[in-house]
Structure formats: structure tokens, C-alpha cells
Design a protein around this ligand. Structure first.
Ligand SMILES: [Zn+2]
Ligand SMILES: [Zn+2]
Length: 178
């Protein structure tokens, strides 16, 4: 584990959302939001309506910009996000998840809570100077974000699909050479 569980979960969730904007778009309706919430079981207010889907979709470019920003720019993104929200930080323990920080009230809109959770997670990234764990996928045809939370920094692709495609291509290239 590179960061705490809640930080890593917040980063995974933000990367999932940002990457859902890549083609084909995987966050277009309430069913898609259901898929997201199944993978990342947020508690607190969940409207599960068109407006909530639209606000999550609207958040994606900003998440991408934050996650991929160089360190000082990332800090500016974090400060902007924190300044926009009414923060009421409190430790919570619920649904089998050990003590972790809720920075905004559970009644705040989901998109706002995700923005702030992402900002809080990026505080850890910035303080540990681990921004290099967030990169654009190394596949030539893919611009999704790759999140590397491995000890040995071995993850360069956004997904196993991209990793496998490139492993196969590299294998073919080697075989063609010999
Ligand atoms: Zn919680
Ligand atoms: Zn990729």
C-alpha cells in the first residue's frame, strides 16, 4: 500500500470517472452511474437521477486536469476545489470501513463530495511527491489515465486491455526480428 486505503480508493474512483469520458463513453445514463456506484459504494446522498449523472459527467474534465497536473499546478487545483466547498471535516466509521475523513457533509451533492475527496487524496499525493503515479496510458492509441499504486512502479497502462494489447504487440515484434 502506497497511500492509506481511503486515499487509494478516492484516486481509483476519480480515475474511473475521468477515464469514463474516453471513447466509448461509459458514463451516459443512470445505469452507468449504477455501475460506478457498485464499484465505488459511496454513502451519503445519492440522487441517482439525470441531474446527478450530468453533474458527474461535467466533473470529469476537471478531475482529469487535477489528476494529471504537475505538482505545483495540482496544488493550485486542490486549493481551488477546497475553497469552493463548505468543509465540515469529521472522522467517520461506517459500513465496515475503518475511521476515515469525510471532509464535506453527507447531504452535499455527490459530484461535490467526489471533487473534495479527490482533492483530499491529492493532498497525500502532493505531500509524498508521488504525482508520477498518475500518467497518461502508454498505449499509443489510448489517452486514459494510468494509476500506478504498485510498490515497484510497474503499471504503465490504464487497463489490462491496454497492457495485454501492448504485450502481444511487443511479442510479435520480437518474433519478427528473430
Ligand atoms: Zn465514508
Ligand atoms: Zn490505455
Amino acid at each position: 500500500m502506497i497511500f492509506t486505503d481511503d486515499t487509494e480508493e478516492a484516486l481509483r474512483s476519480a480515475v474511473w470517472l475521468a477515464n469514463s469520458a474516453e471513447q466509448p463513453d461509459t458514463l451516459t445514463d443512470i445505469d452507468d452511474e449504477g455501475t460506478f456506484l457498485h464499484e465505488f459504494p459511496y454513502t451519503g446522498r445519492l440522487d441517482r437521477d439525470e441531474a446527478e449523472v450530468a453533474s458527474l459527467r461535467g466533473l470529469r474534465p476537471r478531475l482529469r486536469a487535477m489528476l494529471l497536473a504537475p505538482r505545483d499546478e495540482m496544488a493550485a487545483h486542490v486549493n481551488d476545489a477546497l475553497a469552493e466547498s463548505r468543509l465540515t471535516p469529521a472522522l467517520r466509521r461506517h459500513d465496515g470501513v475503518d475511521w476515515h475523513l469525510h471532509a464535506v457533509a453527507d447531504e452535499q451533492p455527490l459530484a461535490e463530495r467526489i471533487l473534495i475527496e479527490t482533492a483530499m487524496a491529492l493532498i497525500d499525493v502532493i505531500r509524498a511527491d508521488e504525482g508520477s503515479r498518475l500518467t497518461v496510458c502508454e498505449d499509443d492509441t489510448c489517452r486514459a489515465i494510468a494509476l500506478d499504486l504498485s510498490r515497484n512502479r510497474s503499471k504503465r497502462y490504464c487497463s489490462t486491455t491496454c497492457a495485454n494489447r501492448n504485450a502481444v504487440a511487443a511479442y510479435r515484434a520480437r518474433r519478427a526480428e528473430s
